[in-house]
Every structure is written in C-alpha cells, then in structure tokens.
Design a binder for this molecule. Sequence first.
Ligand SMILES: *[C@@H]1O[C@H](CO)[C@@H](O)[C@H](O)[C@H]1NC(C)=O
Ligand SMILES: *[C@@H]1O[C@H](CO)[C@@H](O)[C@H](O)[C@H]1NC(C)=O
Ligand SMILES: *[C@@H]1O[C@H](CO)[C@@H](O)[C@H](O)[C@H]1NC(C)=O
Ligand SMILES: *[C@@H]1O[C@H](CO)[C@@H](O)[C@H](O)[C@H]1NC(C)=O
Ligand SMILES: *[C@@H]1O[C@H](CO)[C@@H](O)[C@H](O)[C@H]1NC(C)=O
Ligand SMILES: *[C@@H]1O[C@H](CO)[C@@H](O)[C@H](O)[C@H]1NC(C)=O
Ligand SMILES: *[C@@H]1O[C@H](CO)[C@@H](O)[C@H](O)[C@H]1NC(C)=O
Length: 333
Amino acid sequence: MSHRLLLVVAFVLLATSASAAFRGLHGLRPGVSYEFPIYKQCDPRWGNDTMGTKGNGWRSTICGEGCAMTSTSMALAGLGATVNGSAVTPKTLNAWLIANQGYECLSGDCDNLVLTAPERFSPLMSLIGETQKPSFAEISADIANQRIIHVAHVHNNSHFVLLIGAVPGQEAFYVHDPFYNSTQYPYGNISDIIRFKINTYPVYKQCDSKWGNNVMGSNNDTICEVGCLMSSISMAIAGTGILINTSVSNPATLNKFLQTHNGYTSGSDLEESVIPQVSPLRIQWPSDGMHLSNNIPLATIKEYIDRAVPRIVIANVMHGQHFVLVVGYRSDN
Ligand SMILES: *[C@@H]1O[C@H](CO)[C@@H](O)[C@H](O)[C@H]1NC(C)=O
Ligand SMILES: *[C@@H]1O[C@H](CO)[C@@H](O)[C@H](O)[C@H]1NC(C)=O
Ligand SMILES: *[C@@H]1O[C@H](CO)[C@@H](O)[C@H](O)[C@H]1NC(C)=O
Ligand SMILES: *[C@@H]1O[C@H](CO)[C@@H](O)[C@H](O)[C@H]1NC(C)=O
Ligand SMILES: *[C@@H]1O[C@H](CO)[C@@H](O)[C@H](O)[C@H]1NC(C)=O
Ligand SMILES: *[C@@H]1O[C@H](CO)[C@@H](O)[C@H](O)[C@H]1NC(C)=O
Ligand SMILES: *[C@@H]1O[C@H](CO)[C@@H](O)[C@H](O)[C@H]1NC(C)=O
C-alpha cells in the first residue's frame, strides 16, 4: 500500500475531534480472485457477427479474426465488466467497439482492435501497451498479484490468447485460447504481449475540465465547487465496474443521474439513498451508512475494505470540509 493511502486514513483520525463522518455503501467488486470465462471466437452466438470498421481494407467475422477482441472480452468479463447487467461477451463488446471507433484499418485489414478502446468501454483496466514480453518471472508475478492483464501474441504472431497463470515447474503459461483447444503455451512461443493495468478505483478530480463546471443541485453550485462527495462516490461505483445507464461512472454521469432521479434535495444536498437506484442489485445504502462522528473502529474500517464484496468507506476529512474515498490502509500503521 502506498504512502498516499496512509495519509487518507491518518486524515480521518485527525478529523475525529471535528465533525468527522463516514458514509458507507455496499458495492460489489470482483472478488479477490478473478475468474476469467473462456469465450470461443467461433461460438455460434457471435462467430458470424461482422467485426471491424468501414475503410480501406477487408472486414471479417469474430470467428475469422476476433482473437484479440475475444481475449479482451474474457479479461473484461473476469474483472466484472457488464453490458446491461450481463457479463460482457465477444458479441456485446464487438457491438460496442463498432459503435465507438473501437477498430482501425492497418495494411488492408480493418479488424484491428484500437488498444485504447477497452479503457473507454470500462474503467476496470487501462492500456500499458503492446510491448516486448517481460521476463517469465515478471509476467508470472503480475498475474499472481492481479496487477496486469496479458493478451499474448502466439503462433508466430498470428493469434492472441489470454494468459491466466504460470504452469508450476515449467516456463509456460495456462491460457484461455479463443480458437485452439490449447490450454497452455511455452513462454518461448510468445512473441509480444498487449498489457493492460488492472484498475481498482479510478481517480477522478472534481475540477477536471470534463465536468468541473457542471451544475449540481438547484443552487447551481458546480462539481468543482462542491462535488467532492459525489465525485468520491462516482470513483467507488466505477471501481466496481457498475455502469450508470450504460456509461462509465464518473462525476459527469453520476451527477446527471442524480439530477434526473431526485438525487439532490431542495437544499442541494446529495441524497445518498438514491445511489442504489444506479444498480439496485449491486448497491445498498444500509441503515447504518451514515456516521456523523468518527465512531467506527479502525479495525472495522480495515475489515470493510478487505471484504470480497467491500463496503465502501467515504471519509470526511479536514475538519468536515472535504470527502475522500478510502481505498486501502497501511498494514504497518
Ligand atoms: C455462420 O453461418 C453459417 C451459415 O449459416 C453456418 O454454417 C456457420 O456454422 C456459422 N458459423 C459460426 C461460427 O457460427
Ligand atoms: C441495453 O439495453 C437498452 C435498453 O433496453 C437497449 O436499447 C440496448 O440495445 C442494450 N444494449 C445492448 C448492447 O444490448
Ligand atoms: C513466421 O512468420 C514469418 C513472417 O510471416 C514467416 O516468414 C516465417 O516463416 C514464419 N515462421 C514459422 C515457423 O511459421
Ligand atoms: C477442439 O476440440 C473439439 C472437440 O474435440 C473439436 O471439435 C474442435 O475441432 C477442436 N478445435 C480446434 C480449433 O482444434
Ligand atoms: C510452440 O512453438 C514450437 C516451435 O515453433 C511448436 O512446435 C509448438 O507447437 C508451439 N506450441 C504451441 C502450444 O503453439
Ligand atoms: C440556477 O440556474 C437557472 C438556469 O440558469 C436559473 O433559472 C436559476 O435562477 C439559478 N438558481 C440560482 C439559485 O441561482
Ligand atoms: C439513459 O440515457 C438515455 C439517453 O440519454 C435517456 O433517454 C434515459 O432516460 C436514461 N435512462 C435512465 C434510467 O436514466
């Protein structure tokens, strides 16, 4: 855990004497251990769907050329990404990519996945790059620590598979192969790797120009001026992979949702009990959600954060003037 996290928790403790408050929301985050589904690109449910984009080159089907896209959909589904409440599949990801400039033409082939498109689709992972493969030990550790998604180029650069773990005692990886029935590939057969960082919670700044000037409640105060609690909640929702009306959760989309669902009181305060309407099966506002004083023991807060389905903790800091999302704690403090 980083120093930054220590400061967050320490601030909470410093704020005790003033009007320290905690607000809790239950949220579902992918469990401690991700389970990636196996999708086959030629599955009849989507194998004949056209992929790619219009342009100077050919377009094939998911069965024909969808190995990278299908591997990416396995990664996203395993991290918890959904479309309309169901785990993302090659079919739904492909449809989204077609509608959102997710493919590009390169050398006469218009079926190339735009590698930054997955992070526009979901905040759960973001592109590091398509790079030379790191060492076997580094890849193994990054998978085991659930830090990085690896979509590996195999079969002499003609195919992609999702790496899911190191094979004990061998320099090889277990894979989910969208086409062949292979369950493992030697490290030596990997030519390069598309790598994505697994995000837990994104960091959104309330004064970001993308939404800072957006008005919130009827008093017309802006997100930049008073949106710290709302922005913190939007980070928590985004980190769970829950979408807001099919869009990634951020201060702009959550604010819009609150405005259209009586989410602000006549006094322009945020109405927490409206938040579960974003996804009623996955978010609760429990009766003990609001703590108007710092009366939750530190051990209890740690336990909330450690749960496979974490209880979100948003802390009031700086003597009541500001809210932050608590994302972890230092085990030595
Ligand atoms: C695609 O459609 C054809 C004709 O209906 C069918 O024969 C074939 O099995 C389908 N392929 C896949 C991958 O679903
Ligand atoms: C999601 O649901 C909406 C509303 O029911 C529908 O219009 C849309 O096509 C669905 N999207 C996908 C990708 O299924
Ligand atoms: C790998 O691909 C390259 C370039 O397409 C080709 O020249 C080479 O013969 C291939 N090697 C094997 C073992 O298939
Ligand atoms: C995978 O195994 C199934 C069942 O044995 C077989 O029908 C299929 O052709 C195999 N797929 C490939 C790509 O070898
Ligand atoms: C790995 O590469 C070797 C040498 O090119 C090849 O014989 C073998 O079939 C490959 N293994 C897999 C799983 O593709
Ligand atoms: C907020 O803005 C709206 C639209 O511009 C305006 O009608 C309203 O009077 C403003 N309210 C306050 C409190 O300034
Ligand atoms: C979702 O967004 C669409 C398009 O902006 C809008 O028409 C619809 O009312 C929204 N649905 C909800 C539940 O907010």
